[in-house]
Design a protein around this ligand. Structure first.
Ligand code: C2E
Ligand code: CA
Ligand code: CA
Length: 754
């Protein structure tokens, strides 16, 4: 193939104008500046090679010997060496061996006078790209150079492309495998053709376990149908991708603990892959898409949902969830014809526990109570916390109201064991109201309200018990509500007034004091007696402002009378437990006394045994502080409360007021053992004794005999308004020679129990 330049050509180096245009290689085609080394010991040969190449735009470097060529190849880099073989110091083959040995990246064209075939093949074997015999035709040389360089460049580009390809493949692989999402490819049958590494961290599978498996292997059993629908849809329609929420199941057995039977919620995108058939029809060949772990989002959603429907302190359902469940239960009960029961549970005296032991204990108590109740209920029952210390219980199916009765009794029994918080035993009880569907209402509001009404009934009649709703209760309740609303107004519009019932020294018949008894002058209903509104005031908390009003008004009145009439009277004022429980009560009472300059021992606070028992500790504390400041304490309705009399020793009591019922049981002057025993005991404790509700002379006689010093009742006077009382005071002042001041002297003889 090689053509030869005619010999004369050798002499005309430099004249290359005749070079056929068609083979004139434009070196700019090589987008690199080829560095070419010419190694020839013959100066003319070097010069002519240089010239020919320069003419074609190549830059060259010259080496005069084999060793210089090696030096240059070592010190700088070349793309191509035009190498002579026969060089005196070092044969061209040695140079080639050097190039090979040191893996020098340089192409070789041998340009040699050696003409044997042997030399040529040897040269080519040693790595030469071409072999040109001297003399050569310049166009042949140029073509050869151009070819070699072009190949070289192609090779370089190829390498660069391959490098870039493998780099980008690595990058894609990196991106795919480090994606926070699972990337998958399903074949036509729904088997995994590809899945990225994410599956390992997400579900605990190795990729290889999944490749070739059907997608259903990963889908949570309950979601298989939805998954089928999603993937089949890709097969039939070409709707735009829509994301589906599914749950995947983790590898259970051998996976890391984390994965054990965990259902991973994911949001899945799936895109059908289609190809054109021979008949130009679209054919489904698979699905690809991305599955994103949405556990966190789901958890957040669930938390929000949970928070919406639960009480976060006790983790019990809240009012909303209770109402939902009640709705469902009512519908169910309508179908089955069975009854259902709801209970309104209100913890007794929780406020006291909370106030005295602190909110932490209060909270803990609610949690423990919730847990204890919950653990004793059936799965189908719903126990909800619907307010501070209020719980609602739904029993979705009862055969008979006896079932509800049994459960209420069980709950009450459960509270007999104390709760232990911070090493303290806390006893609680519940007031429970029960309503039954359908007999007590056909809407959930009515049922809940009626259970609440029944609960109130228990609350006001001793607590710690249960009651079934009745229509009678409802009437009573709505009346109470009317009273409450009216009373609220009455306090601010001055509809309240005080009546006073005088108290007498039985022996000499002198008035020694008065008891203030509140009346409500209703603009329409006339005078309302306290037994119609005091309990409502207590339930609603209105007793606090009402009691304060009574105390202030009574102190003002008594002070005025004492000054006006020059008398000394004691003043008894009734106090409810709520008032005593109020932190400010002692301070407020003392302030009132000071403000109106009431003499010591004038004011006597009456509190029932029953009230004191509600919170003995608080009562002892408050009463002691009051007593220390010269305020007398009387136990009202004495004898009707708890049988335990131990409290009499711990309280700073001055007076026992013997309950009207004992006085009324006096029929003759003998055989009244109870009242006699009470009087004896009071005397033994060195307390003043006053009999209430004295209505006749027989009672007076007996009381005198038994040693009771004081009395009040219709026998002497009904409770009367101020003007009548003043008349009475004035008339008795005329009828008795003794100064009224001495009356009080009698009362002062009783001294507080140490
Ligand atoms: P209480 O403290 O036991 O008051 C005595 C009640 O007995 C008074 O009823 C009085 O009218 C009545 N009474 C007096 N003498 C006789 C009698 O000879 N025979 C009969 N059958 N009854 C007699 P009242 O005024 O209706 O008060 C009823 C209750 O209301 C009081 O019982 C007291 O617990 C409460 N109350 C009245 N005023 C107040 C008050 O300002 N604050 C508080 N917390 N409670 C009050
Ligand atoms: Ca009283
Ligand atoms: Ca009384």
């Amino acid at each position: 193939m090689h053509s030869y330049y005619p010999a004369p050509w050798r002499g005309i180096e430099g004249n290359f104008e005749s070079m056929p245009k068609k083979i004139k290689v434009n070196p700019t085609k090589h987008n690199f500046n080829a560095r070419i080394l010419i190694a020839d010991d013959e100066p003319r040969a070097r010069a002519s090679l240089k010239e020919i190449l320069r003419f074609s735009g190549y830059e060259t470097t010259l080496a005069e010997s084999g060793s210089e060529a090696i030096e240059l190849l070592t010190s700088s880099s070349f793309d191509l060496i035009l190498l002579d073989l026969n060089m005196p110091d070092l044969h061209g083959h040695k140079v080639m061996e050097h190039i090979d040995h040191y893996s020098i990246d340089c192409d070789i064209i041998v340009v040699s006078g050696e003409t044997t075939f042997d030399h040529a093949t040897q040269a080519l074997r040693k790595g030469a790209q071409d072999f040109l015999r001297k003399p050569y035709a310049p166009d042949e040389l140029l073509r050869s150079v151009s070819n070699v360089l072009e190949r070289r460049q192609l090779k370089a580009e190829n390498q660069a492309i391959n490098l870039r390809l493998s780099e980008s493949e690595a990058l894609h692989k990196f991106i795919v495998n480090n994606s926070p999402d699972m990337i998958y490819l399903l074949d036509q049958e729904g088997n995994f053709a590809f899945i990225n590494d994410r599956i390992e961290t997400l579900l605990g599978y190795n990729r290889n376990e999944i490749i070739g498996q059907h997608f259903s292997k990963l889908i949570h059993t309950e979601d298989i149908e939805r998954a089928n629908f999603t993937f089949n849809e890709r097969r039939t329609g070409d709707r735009a991708t829509r994301s589906t929420e599914l749950r995947l199941s983790s590898k259970n057995s051998s996976g890391p603990r984390y994965f054990e039977s965990r259902a991973v919620p994911i949001e899945l995108s799936s895109i059908g892959i289609y190809t054109m058939n021979n008949d130009n029809k679209k054919a489904f060949i698979g699905t690809y898409g991305v599955a994103r772990d949405i556990t966190e989002r789901k958890q957040a959603e669930e938390l929000i949902k949970y928070q919406l429907y639960h009480d976060l302190l006790t983790n019990l359902p809240n009012r909303s969830l209770f109402r939902d469940r009640l709705n469902m239960a009512m519908a169910q009960s309508k179908r089955s014809g069975k009854k259902l029961a709801i209970m309104y549970l209100d913890m007794d005296r929780f406020k006291i526990i909370n106030d005295s032991l602190g909110h932490y204990v209060g909270d803990e108590l609610l949690k423990l109570v919730g847990q204890r109740l919950r653990s004793e209920l059936r799965e189908a029952d719903t126990l909800a916390r619907v307010g501070g210390d209020e719980f609602n219980l739904l029993i979705p199916e009862i055969n008979d109201i006896q079932d509800a009765r049994n459960l209420a009794e069980k709950i009450l029994r459960l509270t007999t064991t104390p709760f232990i918080i911070k090493n303290e035993e806390i006893f609680i009880s519940f007031s429970i109201g029960i309503s039954i569907y359908p007999s007590d209402g056909d809407t959930k509001d009515t049922l809940i309200k009626n259970a609440d009404i029944a609960m109130y009934k228990i609350k006001n009649t001793g607590k710690n018990g249960y009651a079934f709703f009745s229509q009678k209760m409802k009437t009573h309740f709505s009346q109470s509500l009317d009273i409450e609303n009216g009373l609220r107004k009455a306090i601010s519009t001055n509809e309240l007034c005080l009546y006073y019932q005088p108290q007498y020294n039985i022996k000499n018949g002198e008035m020694v004091g008065v008891e203030a008894l509140v009346r409500w002058q209703h603009p329409e209903k006339g005078t309302i007696q306290p037994n119609e509104f005091i309990s409502v005031a207590e339930e609603s908390g209105l007793i606090i402002p009402l009691g304060e009003w009574v105390l202030r008004k009574a102190c003002i009145d008594i002070k005025r009378w004492m000054e006006m009439e020059g008398i000394s009277l004691s003043l008894s004022v009734n106090i409810s437990m709520q008032q005593l429980e109020m932190d400010q009560f002692v301070a407020k009472t003392l302030k009132i006394i000071k403000r109106h300059a009431l003499p010591k021992n004038t004011l006597e606070l009456e509190i029932t045994e029953h009230a004191i028992m509600q919170d003995m500790e608080k009562a002892v504390d408050a009463l002691t502080r009051l007593s220390d400041k010269g305020i007398r304490i009387a136990i009202d309705d004495f004898g009707t409360g708890y049988s335990s009399l131990g409290y009499l020793q711990t309280l700073p009591i001055n007076t026992l007021k013997i309950d009207r019922s004992f006085v009324q049981s006096i029929k003759s002057s003998d055989g009244n053992s109870i009242i006699d025993a009470i009087i004896a005991m009071g005397k033994g404790l060195n307390l003043d004794l006053i009999a209430e509700g004295v209505e006749n002379q027989t009672q007076i006689n007996h009381l005198t005999e038994a040693g009771c010093g004081l009395a009040q009742g219709f026998f002497y006077s009904h409770p009367i308004p101020e003007n009548e009382l003043l008349k009475l005071i004035r008339s008795s002042a005329h009828s008795t020679s003794e100064p009224p001041t001495q009356n009080n002297q009698f009362r002062d003889e009783g001294s507080p129990v140490p």
